[in-house]
Design a protein around this ligand. Sequence first.
Ligand code: HGY
Ligand code: MN
Ligand code: MN
Length: 418
Amino acid sequence: MSRLITPSSAYPGLRIDGARLSRRIARLAEIGAIEGDGVCRLALSDTDREARNLVCGWMRDLGLSVTIDRIGNVVGIRDGQPELAPVMTGSHIDTVATGGRFDGSLGVLAGLEVIETLNDAGIDTRHPLAVGFFTNEEGARFAPDMLGSGVHQGALDLEEMLAVTDINGCILGAELQRIGYAGDTEVNRLRAHCYVELHVEQGPVLEQEGFAIGAVTGVQGISWSEYRITGTSNHAGTTPMHLRHDAGYLAAAISTEARNLAKTMGGSQVATVGMIRLLPNLVNVIPSEALLTLDLRNTDESLLREAERHMEAFIRQAAAREGVLVSNRKLARFEPVAFDGDMIGLVEQTAERMGLTCRRMPSGAGHDAQMFAPNCPTAMVFVPSRHGISHNVTEYTSPEALAAGANVLLHVLLNRAI
Ligand code: HGY
Ligand code: MN
Ligand code: MN
């Protein structure tokens, strides 16, 4: 059973400064701010560079030694006994194009808040403490998602990821150079003593069921594919229906089939066609080309494979009927990940001993934590998202809930680092 140091034992009154955490979140959200209180900070964009510079400055102000690795991951380390592996936390500061101010940023800034709280209290820890932010967690610009943490922990190959291109053909490695974050620290070297990440739930469960904290049990499997459909452009008015080879029709059919499949399978199966681009994209021209993405997820690997097989068969048969060609490539594929039982228990017990209601739950979203799970005891702490909304400018979590999550993070990290 884990050694549990709770507020009632080692540092009974120790709490983070919630107002300071909220101020940092608000300050970071000014970078890439978009209408509606949202944020657009695509990975390796100019706004990502600005955000990185701000957070690195905060890390240095807190006395952390800051490293930048070859895929642009940034890790700030607070001294402990150098021979001991660091107790680590972190997340990401890149966002989707219509993002909120909490997704990712909360985990990084709560980590800095823990550091400042320990600095203020003059508390040293045996294990060093590390706070990281990882390149391109969102996968909104470069695929796959969790790219930086995947390279950091050896799940993805550095050279392959440096060569990834975005939807406009920009190369990841060149963008890293351009923004000045092509670091020289080797990747796949740091093995943490444990890794704990605080994140907004991004779903409806905690709010609907009235829980303050989620003790996350793991992350569901993720399958991202890109399909390029090639048909024949023709006149929308003169071409009889039976003579059409309509790429746009097949794209729409894929989206409808994916939705029906998820509803038929039920359980945790979800399916999303998030991007469809038609060419020439004109009102009176039958589309000659469609480019689309398909996001399939399930907590069960065998069911996720079944969903993949179903969609592949459907697309092959529908393309043959429509007389169009289809090529596809995998953008991301991660199997479900289970977090560490002891760490999950520690999150649960720490929350409950703080008087916070807590329930165990899987994560529907991918997270950097899933890349650490094969290499060290890993867990996550969730706090509620208002109306379960995320990847949307109206994403919101109350300051009280943010502080509650950061306090749980503080005592879980302390428990392992002291
Ligand atoms: O797609 C995801 O689950 C995460 O936001 N990268
Ligand atoms: Mn996130
Ligand atoms: Mn996200």
